[in-house]
Ligand binder design. Structure first.
Ligand SMILES: C[S@@+](CC[C@H](N)C(=O)[O-])C[C@H]1O[C@@H](n2cnc3c(N)ncnc32)[C@H](O)[C@@H]1O
Length: 240
């Protein structure tokens, strides 16, 4: 595990998130006893996580309104010879059900996108409609307290006050409740980048052992309520 982390060009927080979600999906797959499954990545952009899942052998559809992002996804897909498993479709959250149909996917991914969607409640309801019963949802959202804290620590008190009411940032328990009301059962809430986001990448590149230790630290604190509350990101894993 440590070796694979050193070989990646991903940040510690990025590697931690990839491993967390891949592990949860693998555990869900083993429990269901299924050989393969379909994935829909809403707001998947250039394919950061979609490529990882396609490389694991799964059928992945990325839905994103940005033609630029989809062009980049197409290039990366071709370079990695994943065209038989990974496709991009132009569209946004409001078109989700029309684009892929009800009960059409096993795994729904929505990472770092709920905050840019005008109506997260309606978007989550659409996600619940397209995920087959027994399927799962993986959501990553930016958290409010981390921004309030960092702005205040820099002396930007106006910005800290504004961030307190920023509707594009979430509280982990609130977003879990939103996901629950859409028809999912939340199984896990983890902080992402809680400490890793504060350690400069250059320091980690100079001393690879620190990256391994930081990864272990992230893993051990990700579900601690106090640490999780001040993480920059939360990951929520839920079952339909
Ligand atoms: C910050 S990027 C996240 C990309 C990717 N999920 C990741 O984690 O790296 C947000 C993505 O959401 C897409 N997006 C913006 N508005 C959207 C909408 N209404 N429905 C779906 N996707 C949207 C953007 O084009 C962009 O690719």
């Amino acid at each position: 595990m440590a070796e694979s982390r050193r070989n990646r060009s991903r940040s510690v927080a990025g590697a931690f998130l990839d491993d967390l979600v891949s592990g949860q999906i693998a555990a869900w797959q083993a429990e269901r006893g299924i050989d393969d499954f379909t994935v829909t990545d809403l707001g998947g952009g250039t394919g950061t996580f979609a490529i990882t899942l396609a490389q694991q052998g799964h059928q992945v559809t990325v839905i994103d309104p940005s033609l630029d992002a989809l062009a980049s996804l197409q290039r990366r897909t071709t370079e990695r010879r994943l065209s038989d498993r990974l496709r991009g479709v132009q569209g946004d959250a409001s078109e989700l059900v029309g684009l892929i149909g009800a009960d059409s996917t096993d795994v729904m991914v929505c990472h770092r996108t709920l905050e840019v969607i005008d109506d997260p409640t309606t978007a989550l309801a659409a996600m619940a409609e397209v995920v087959r019963p027994g399927g799962v949802l993986s959501v990553v959202v930016p958290l409010r307290r981390a921004v309030v804290l960092s702005q205040a620590l820099q002396g930007h008190i106006d910005a800290a006050l504004e961030a307190l009411d920023d509707p594009t940032r979430f509280d982990p328990d609130d977003v879990a409740a939103l996901i629950g009301r859409a028809g999912f059962t939340v199984q896990d809430i983890s902080g992402v980048g809680t400490l890793a986001s504060h350690v400069p990448q250059a320091v980690l590149e100079e001393q690879p052992r620190l990256a391994d230790q930081l990864y272990e630290l992230e893993s051990r604190i990700c579900r601690d309520h106090a640490f999780r509350a001040i993480a920059p990101w939360a990951h929520i894993f839920a079952r339909r």
